[in-house]
Design a protein around this ligand. Structure first.
Ligand SMILES: [Ca+2]
Ligand SMILES: [Ca+2]
Length: 158
């Protein structure tokens, strides 16, 4: 038989699979290790950015505020956050609002990897929400009421 149709099928298959591998995330989201990440350009309080709030961008896109569970993920986010124009720090999904000092992620990931800024968490005037410092990538327990940019995370489509 003619080999050309098979070659075309092969090309179509592979071009499509490469294309789809790059489209696991919606436009505006960044991909890393089958996860999608979104850096907001607007600012919200932690609660407003969180899933508890109906308007939350993360939830509308079927994601959660960012959790970080391993060093490579921290490195990836840290490189991107330094390009962020939104203030001195951005919200992540960590909080200790249920139990003081009992940090947890809103997406249910185990809170095992940590990257606290020196002297933190300090619960300064009752800080219960986790933000990442844009200039260093270190974490701060922060005042939940502050309006900050926020980072979302969701699984890739495949
Ligand atoms: Ca606290
Ligand atoms: Ca603090």
């Amino acid at each position: 038989g003619n080999v050309l149709p098979h070659m075309l099928t092969f090309l179509l298959c592979c071009v499509l699979s490469i294309f789809s591998a790059h489209s696991q995330c919606q436009s505006g989201w960044r991909e890393y290790e089958n996860k999608c990440y979104f850096f907001s350009t607007d600012t919200k309080s932690w609660l407003e950015a969180n899933e508890f709030y109906a308007e939350a961008h993360c939830t509308r896109e079927q994601g959660d505020l960012l959790s970080i569970t391993e060093p490579f993920e921290q490195t990836f986010i840290q490189a991107l956050i330094q390009q962020s124009p939104t203030g001195i720090s951005m919200w992540m999904g960590g909080h200790d609002s249920m139990t003081e000092g009992g940090w947890e992620w809103t997406d249910g990931s185990p809170f095992r990897f940590i990257h606290w800024n020196a002297g933190n968490p300090d619960d300064y005037y009752g800080e219960d929400c986790l933000s990442m410092l844009i200039n260093s990538g270190y974490w701060n327990d922060d005042n939940c009421e502050y309006k900050r940019g926020y980072i979302c995370k969701r699984r890739g489509e495949k």
